[in-house]
Ligand binder design. Structure first.
Ligand code: GDP
Length: 337
């Protein structure tokens, strides 16, 4: 990261933070950041989980972040909307149609609206902006790309399996030997990303504690994104989704084992360093992983230990504060901005 770029007119009061997010883990931290920053927060979500189902354009990560920021997310299920009903699914089942991917009646309105707006020629960024504004979200939420990208996991025998089939239909049960993002080479950064990265007020970039392989990696794999983040003077900080050798939710830990990686926050830091050398300036690990600090620092990152288990809203806000404070310290120490 260059240290010779200066923006003397930058005021901390109008600084912007860009957060990269998958679904559940990312949305938790995004909510904490949203409490502190509101309009000054930009969230870029993974869209390689997106798929077309029953003729509808479904964007699971964008919707999880959007519903979470609007505080209308379903906390019991961990996905979808609160106060949901399921008459559409019941009727679908009666018609012998596929019902493995659950779409609540209220949630359906989002997918129908998105599908229609896309059909009318709007970009996914424009559609996301319309939906977020209608839900009263002050932060700017946008996809990683406007193009269609699709994650596939590779099974042990090498055959590909579409991500939602793996994640939802088969509940992450098959062992995997790898993953890839179909269409990624032809994709480009979304307009929202280009606007954020060119905004002189951008002061911190945070990789939320999302799945490093199938939530953050697709974003970083969009041609142009990693280079733009690495070359930007704002510090880039990641929060580990692994705490004391376990994932809080989802297949991250299982994937690390199957991919023969050390199952720890160190394994996550090593992964980012190997894939995207020089990208991360800071890494936040849980207090429980304090012993890993020297080894992660040896990778060339500043390490902060914190309570990274976000059970309550206060946990989310506190962790968000710590991310911003680490970014501010790095900026100050290294004269990055
Ligand atoms: P998905 O797309 O819905 O799977 O969601 P993400 O990729 O955003 O998040 C999945 C990751 O979030 C998992 O690796 C979890 O370990 C991590 N995660 C969930 N909740 C927390 C939390 O409270 N703290 C931390 N550090 N990680 C979390």
């Amino acid at each position: 990261m260059p240290s010779d770029q200066n923006s003397p007119n930058k005021k901390p009061t109008d600084s912007i933070c860009l957060a990269l997010s998958g679904g559940v883990g990312g949305a938790k931290l995004a909510l904490g950041l949203n409490h502190l920053l509101a309009e000054q927060l930009h969230v870029m979500a993974n869209t390689s989980d997106d798929f077309t189902h029953l003729g509808l354009n479904i964007c699971p990560d964008l919707d999880t972040v959007m519903y979470t920021l609007a505080t209308i997310n379903n906390k019991e299920l961990g996905w979808g909307l609160a106060n949901e009903s399921w008459q559409f699914m019941d009727a679908l089942e009666q018609l012998n149609q596929p019902h493995w991917f659950r779409l609540g009646d209220r949630d359906l309105a989002t997918h129908v609206t998105r599908t229609e707006l896309l059909r009318q020629g709007n970009t996914l960024s424009q559609v996301t902006q319309q939906l977020s504004q209608a839900l009263g979200i002050k932060s700017t939420l946008f996809p990683m790309t406007e193009q269609s990208v699709a994650t596939f996991v590779r099974l042990e025998n090498g055959s590909p399996l579409a991500f939602q089939e793996y994640f939802v239909k088969q509940q992450c049960e098959p062992k995997i030997s790898g993953y890839y993002f179909q269409g990624i080479d032809a994709a480009g950064p979304s307009q929202g990303f280009l606007d954020s990265i060119q905004d002189s007020r951008l002061c911190s970039i945070i990789l939320c504690p999302s799945n490093p392989f199938v939530s953050i990696e697709p974003i970083l794999s969009v041609p142009g994104i990693t280079a733009a983040l690495t070359n930007h003077p704002a510090p880039v900080i990641a929060v580990s989704p692994i705490i004391a050798g376990q994932a809080v939710k989802g297949p991250t830990a299982k994937m690390m084992q199957e991919l023969n990686m050390p199952l720890s926050a160190l394994g996550v830091a090593e992964y980012y360093q190997k894939q995207h050398s020089g990208l991360l300036d800071g890494f936040i690990i849980d207090h429980k992983d304090h012993a890993l600090k020297p080894q992660i620092e040896a990778l060339g990152m500043s390490v902060l230990t914190a309570n990274t288990m976000m059970n309550t809203l206060q946990d989310r806000v506190t962790l968000a504060e710590q991310c911003l404070s680490l970014a501010a310290n790095l900026t100050h120490e290294h004269g990055l901005l």
